[in-house]
Design a binder for this molecule. Sequence first.
Ligand code: T4K
Length: 420
Amino acid sequence: MPKVKVQTLINRRSVDELAIFSGRPAFLNELYVGRPNIPERKKLLRRINAMLDRKWLTNRGPFVLELEAKIADMVGVKHCIATCNGTLALIIAVRAMQLSGEVIIPSFTFIATAHALQWEGIKPVFCDVEPRSHNIDVYRLVDLITSRTTGVIGVHLWGRPCDIDQLTSITKRHGLRLLFDAAHAFGCSYKGHMIGAFGDAEIFSFHATKCFNTFEGGAIVTNDDKLAEKLRLMKNFGFRGFDNVISLGLNAKMSEVAAVMGLTNLEGIVDFITINHKHYRQYSKELSNVLGIRLIAFDEEEKNNYHYIVIEIDENVTKVNRDDFVKILHAENVIARRYFYPGCHNMEPYRSLYPGAGMTLPETEKLANRVLCLPTGTAVKPGDINKICQIIRFIATNGEEIKRKLIGKDDKNKKTQPVM
Ligand code: T4K
């Protein structure tokens, strides 16, 4: 991909100069949410060569074992079980924890959290989120517990921990298992302790778009020896030694080349997070006085990976709604994302299975229509952020006029479309 070059067209004087109308895009090439962090190539290639020379490509290879040990040490847990992705980490954790019946999760999450349960024949019961934190609302959760409930999956959305203390005490009180989907939260802490050490287990995603990636990958971390043993069997067909299958299992192993990427990225993670942190501070500063735009804040007393730059758009103030912001930004080549629109309960199969779910999820429904993720990470430069913020400010301060023009444009398009 060519390097992103920025055009100096940001000081727009009129709404017509927006690319969605007749202007030139602010960026020549697309700026994405989720461009992968790439480690130092020499080190990466050196390890790949060692792997090739050794002719050991998967199945408990030395690089996977090294990565597991390093992650367990970093997180402060006894066991790390590396997997081929975060979704399979969830699926085998759900199974190994013997979850069944109903499990409570937030609907405002990536679809994999719900799919892992449904895949295992478990009903995901969607709980609303708390509007400030975007995380599962522990007070609403209590009302959803029934005799069929066996567990809760808390999601540390955007890397910001959910209310772990409350979730721990509620699940203990009701005899439920507690799993955390920490897909976003590698490198983050809660009350000074690293995410990964809470609940019965936590899972990470090391997908290419995450702060720390192994191309594709994931891990389950836990302090529970028995659970760890089960998980290790499950991720490898249930094999204990040659020819000896002692339980049901599937193939959820991480490959050596993924671990190579992980080990090399681990050496760069402090730098990646430092860049993310700087970007977060810049966004925070440059959007601080834009009316109708709220940047989701991280608690800087804790460890954060600052990997998601999330804004909430208040259409009542900006006059332009979130979806129109998306269209305008995309026209400028800023590929902002509507994570996690429209909420799991509005996607299949859940929309058909539980058609009334939205009635009990008012905050989720609101957020799903207000939230927007902006580009950050090592592929984004401070000058890019400055321009993105200028565009956002321009949209927010010229909302009325932009909205009128967008409606006019839509009407025109409708008229020019042939009648079928
Ligand atoms: N739980 C939660 C809470 C999660 O957020 C996720 C994953 C999981 C569980 C499951 O973990 P995994 O099984 O995925 O390990 C992306 C990721 O695919 C997904 O991992 C992630 N969450 C989710 C939040 O985002 P999409 O559909 O947005 O991916 P995609 O392909 O549109 O990529 C996003 C942008 O990144 C693209 O617009 C361009 C850029 N990109 C992407 C890739 C893959 C690149 O520049 N290079 C690349 O190689 O889901």
